[in-house]
Design a binder for this molecule. Structure first.
Ligand code: HEC
Ligand code: HEC
Length: 176
């Protein structure tokens, strides 16, 4: 009990003395640019920048993320909101310095293959897309989410891709 208590005090002292996550991480992963200072401060109080620098999303999805973080307690002033969103969308948008993936995926032939190869690698590796079989309804939901996140895919292309993925990476029923 005693040592637990001492541990708790040590932890509290450590927590107070600890530098922010941003300072702990060696080379700063936040590229220069307008809005950087806002993000560098407001977005590193609870987790490191890696929580978001590995993601690639369009402006609407980044705005949604920032609002979500404000609900969790992030200190972003109203006037800082759009600069922060612009900074994130500019530096961590689809197709921008996409984190490399080591897993190579070769897709089966068929209509939709080219679309998947071109559009589904803009934010993450293809392996992310093909790692699991999913029921058609699930693919539909995922495609909608990818479009919300900023995937440049038209409504017709969504159908083609969903059909292709359902045929080649389809499960008979949703896995729970
Ligand atoms: C007050 C604490 C706090 C601050 C400040 C904060 N976050 Fe977060 N963030 C969290 C928590 C908690 C999670 C984990 C949420 C979860 O796993 O459900 C998280 C997770 C995330 C994720 C991962 C979400 C996902 O879908 O996997 C992103 C992206 C993110 N934060 C971005 C940001 C950005 C951008 C900022 C600055 C505007 C920010 N965070 C500031 C608390 C914070
Ligand atoms: C604009 C960026 C972006 C593009 C383009 C994109 N994705 Fe994603 N994808 C994400 C993000 C961010 C995540 C992780 C967050 C999430 O799962 O909501 C993700 C996760 C996934 C997952 C895992 C979901 C899960 O529930 O485990 C699958 C599958 C996926 N994407 C498929 C695709 C397919 C197929 C395409 C091509 C049509 C695609 N993605 C294009 C951003 C993108």
């Amino acid at each position: 009990m005693r040592s637990l208590f001492a541990g708790a005090i040590a932890w509290a002292v450590l927590a107070q003395a600890a530098p922010s996550y941003a300072q702990q991480q060696g080379p700063n992963p936040l590229p220069p640019g307008e809005g950087r200072d806002i993000v560098a401060v407001a977005c590193t109080q609870c987790h490191g920048p890696n929580a978001f620098t590995q993601l690639r999303e369009g402006p609407d999805a980044w705005r949604f993320q920032v609002y979500d973080m404000i609900l969790r307690g992030a200190q972003v002033q109203p006037s800082e909101l759009e600069p922060a969103v612009n900074y994130l969308a500019t530096n961590f948008g689809p197709g921008i310095n996409v984190p490399p993936t080591t897993v190579q995926v070769s897709l089966p032939d068929g209509p939709g293959k080219d679309l998947v190869e071109q559009r589904c690698v803009l934010c993450h590796g293809l392996d992310r897309a093909t790692s699991a079989k999913r029921a058609p309804a699930e693919w539909d939901g995922i495609l909608r989410r990818m479009v919300f996140l900023g995937a440049p895919v038209s409504a017709d292309e969504v159908k083609t891709i969903t059909t292709y993925l359902g045929a080649n990476f389809g499960a008979k029923q949703a896995m729970k």
